[in-house]
Design a protein around this ligand. Structure first.
Ligand code: FES
Length: 109
């Protein structure tokens, strides 16, 4: 899949165990620092419209603030109901102190 990369943070901006929402390319992206590794997924819970960035991150698991679904923020896997659908995940690339996220390019699904 062709991707276009956008800077969404500076390395060190997010401490391990923290996350933030970034609006980029018409998408709401959740960027998480999982023990020093960055993972990115859709910020909007697949159950309803809650922003996962306002939830709780423990390891790779983010808990939705609204009804408590849990997702793996690195794989996108829905781990606990009521959400049943997985989150879309995105490639994260580090270039120097810039954190970039890859979004699907034109013509990508
Ligand atoms: S909106 Fe996330 S679990 Fe309901």
């Amino acid at each position: 899949m062709q991707e276009a990369f956008f800077e969404i943070a500076r390395a060190g901006e997010l401490r391990p165990g923290t996350m933030k929402r970034v609006d980029v390319g018409g998408r709401r992206i959740l960027l998480a620092n999982v023990d020093g590794r960055y993972c990115a997924a859709d910020d909007t819970c697949t159950h309803e419209d809650a922003s996962l960035a306002t939830g709780v991150l423990k390891g790779e698991l983010v808990r939705c603030p609204l009804h408590g679904s849990r997702f793996n923020v690195c794989t996108g896997k829905a781990m606990e109901e009521p959400a049943e659908d997985d989150l879309r995940t995105y490639t994260v690339r580090l270039e120097g102190d810039r954190v970039l996220v890859g979004l699907p390019g034109e013509g990508a699904p």
